[in-house]
Design a protein around this ligand. Structure first.
Ligand code: MN
Length: 700
């Protein structure tokens, strides 16, 4: 590192080096270089070079062990809005994922509140309410897309608040109020307590400087006055737990000024009367030890029985887990204890960001970290749902938000147990039933759908097969063993998988009916005629026997492709796509050898459900983690990868990966593609139909 490296950059790189691979550090350096050039000459209101702001934001995130893409995006976050640097340039240089994070943060700034810089009046109440909802909508969307956008936005806001001193009083007030209304609740919702506390206290400081100073002083005085007592209690607990064979770290925290201010304001109490001004933290190794520790504490001091809370068995909505108890401790002073494991404590402090911290702690490749996975989506949606209630957005607005741009081709609905099911838009309750279990679909009689009315209150409806699901619906299927799939169901089904199951059932039933007919007397010959007249009879080998079909491995045919079958020895036939090079070559060779047989037409419906392989082409950023990320995504999605090849295009910093994916009859490739596309660094995902195809010969 040369001497010209500014200290703040050196500090950031040192911090990143504790958990990043060298190649990731290069990315951070490159992003800093671009940002420093773009902001060159610009100064903050405080007079320091502007680049110090993105550097500080990146450092806040590096303290959370944010991955390299997130740090790079933090360094670039103000370039697009404030300089001539464009999103296109960012995408070309750093890839789609980083550009998307920068874009997300830029979009917030457009709707930020605050007095207009040219001295116009600040927005009135209606405008404020409107802008606030707009901000929340964007936060919701960004969060679903990539949580890193929101973490970056929170870090940005945190640093702005820390350095708000040089702004005008009106600007400070506006930023502070907005922080209390939107950003601190958001930090709380995603469990990022470290951000929440600091945001709240800074906002409190700017809004009511005198009151802040008074409360802060009072709390420190109280802590000082109770210091000896606190040490004694902590020592006694530590010793008591050790005697019971529990290794625990015991310390205490002082209540934060804003929280104390809220509590005294709401109850009229004085600070000294708040029972958890000082709360003792007991950190142990395992959940069972939490309960044993609770027992040890209760054995020593009498608990206030109304103050025992088990947030381990029933965590708070933001994921907070702990046991809480208050006891009459020495001197009859009340002591509150928060008991949790070290793991739980990390989540209490850092919420969703603990994802990256955990990876860093395990020294796993942070490049491969991905965002908290798609599998976490239900949790996110649940958290956002509550958040929207706190902010009193109407249900319509919330659902609109979920429905808009990114997800307009999908609906998200819930099982009664709260599991999130994603289906193509237009899916019906019947599709849902088939997705949960084939038997539920086959015996579908009705569904109970819980939606929200305009008043935000739950509204339950009993619906039939035709009901089209809406995002947010909670669906309970009512089944009846007497019900059987009917022809008209095919008209209500949107998912192919369900349609195929119904078609199969109808066929099987028709065949069974035909087989039972002889009971009424028709001759054997007629029965045979009946079954073979079925246009969807099984594929036959030229020998006349039922064919044993397999799918060719040269062109990866998939159901519904235009396909042809080649007969092999015995009953074997191999199915190729009609464009397949091997198919054409084999047919030509057989013709030369004088074989009469041609290839046979294939009707996929006659083949029944089968497992097939599809070649999928993925374009992404060329870093070592990409392949690992794709494999991880496949793993979560339950998709088997039969093979893969990767080709790096060095000069463009891109890679093309071809995955050979194995799909079962139940799988929906399109929903797997969507998951792949949601993987950081991935730009394009599509089926590769060129593989094995004649027309592509010249390309290779
Ligand atoms: Mn900024």
């Amino acid at each position: 590192m040369d001497l010209a490296t500014p200290p703040s950059l050196r500090a950031l790189l040192d911090l990143c080096a504790t958990y990043m691979a060298p190649v990731d550090l290069d990315l951070v350096r490159a992003a800093h270089e671009v940002a420093a050039r773009a902001h060159a000459g610009a100064l903050r209101v405080s007079g320091e070079p502007f680049i110090e702001h993105p550097l500080a934001v990146a450092t806040i995130l590096a303290e959370l062990a944010m991955d390299a893409q997130g740090i790079a995006a933090a360094l670039l976050h103000d370039t697009v809005e404030d300089t001539s640097y464009t999103l296109g340039e960012a995408e070309q240089r750093f890839g789609a994922a980083i550009a998307a994070i920068v874009d997300g943060v830029t979009k917030f700034n457009v709707v930020e509140l605050g007095p207009a810089p040219d001295g116009h009046a600040p927005p009135d109440r209606d405008q404020r309410a409107h802008l606030q909802k707009e901000t929340v909508r964007k936060l919701l969307l960004a969060m679903l897309r990539d949580p890193r956008v929101v973490l970056l936005k929170l870090a940005d806001r945190l640093h702005n608040l820390r350095t708000l001193g040089s702004m005008s009083p009106a600007q400070r007030q506006a930023k502070a109020r907005e922080t209390l209304e939107i950003y601190a609740p958001l930090a709380d919702r995603i469990g990022l307590q470290v951000f929440k506390s600091e945001l709240e206290d800074l906002a409190f400081l700017y809004l009511q400087p005198d009151e802040f100073a008074r409360v802060d002083r009072r709390l420190r005085d109280l802590e000082l006055a109770r210091h000896d007592w606190s040490v004694r209690i902590a020592t006694q607990v530590t010793a008591g737990l050790a005697a019971a064979g529990i290794t625990a770290a015991v310390n205490w925290r002082l209540k934060r000024p804003y929280r104390a201010h809220l509590e005294t304001g709401a109850t009229g109490m004085r600070e000294s009367q708040i029972h958890d001004i000082i709360a003792f933290r007991v950190l142990v190794d395992s959940p069972p030890e939490c309960y044993r520790a609770l027992g040890v504490i209760h054995a020593r001091w009498r608990p206030m029985d109304l103050r025992i809370r088990d947030y381990i068995a029933t965590p708070k909505i933001n994921g907070y887990r702990s046991l809480h108890t208050s006891v009459y401790a020495d001197d009859d002073r009340i002591a509150q204890f928060h008991i949790r494991t070290h793991d739980m404590h990390r989540w209490v402090q850092h919420g969703v960001a603990a994802h990256w911290l955990d990876l860093a702690a395990r020294r796993e490749s942070v490049a491969a970290a991905a965002r908290p996975a798609v599998r976490d989506l239900p949790v996110w949606v649940a958290q956002l749902d509550h958040w929207h209630r706190d902010l009193s957005l109407t249900a319509d607005e919330f659902v609109d938000t979920l429905k808009s741009d990114i997800f307009d081709d999908q609906v998200f609905v819930f099982t009664p147990a709260g599991d999130l099911i994603d289906l193509p838009a237009g899916s019906t309750a019947l599709d849902f039933a088939y997705r949960i279990h084939t038997a539920l679909g086959e015996h579908f009689s009705a569904a109970l759908v819980q939606t929200r009315g305009p008043d935000g209150l739950p509204l339950a409806r009993r619906v039939t097969t035709a009901y089209q699901l809406k995002t947010g619906d909670v669906v309970t299927i009512v089944s009846d063993p007497a019900v059987r799939p009917a022809e008209e169901w095919l008209g209500f089904l949107r998912t192919r998988n369900a349609r195929e199951k119904v078609a199969r059932q109808l066929r099987a039933r028709a065949q069974a009916a035909a087989a039972e007919a002889p009971a009424d007397g028709p001759a054997d010959g007629q029965r045979a005629a009946n079954t073979t007249s079925d246009s969807l009879g099984p594929l036959l080998h030229p020998s006349g026997r039922r064919a044993l079909a397999r799918l060719a491995r040269c062109c990866y045919p998939c159901p519904d492709d235009r396909a042809a079958a080649l007969a092999g020895p015995g009953r074997a036939v191999t199915i190729h796509r009609t464009c397949c090079r091997t198919l054409a070559a084999t047919v030509a060779r057989r013709r030369r050898l004088g074989h009469a047989e041609r290839s046979m037409a294939v009707d996929w419906r006659a083949l029944g459900p089968m497992t097939y392989r599809m070649a999928v082409s993925v374009h992404g950023e060329d870093h070592a983690g990409l392949m690992h990320q794709l494999a991880t995504c496949a793993g979560y999605s339950g998709i088997n990868l039969a093979g893969s090849t990767a080709r790096a295009i060095r000069d463009r910093n891109k890679a093309i990966v071809t995955l050979i994916c194995e799909f079962g009859p139940e799988d929906e490739p399109e929903s797997f593609f969507r998951r792949l596309r949601a993987t950081p660094g991935v730009s394009v995902v599509r089926r590769d139909t060129n593989i094995g195809c004649q027309s592509s010969t010249t390309l290779e």
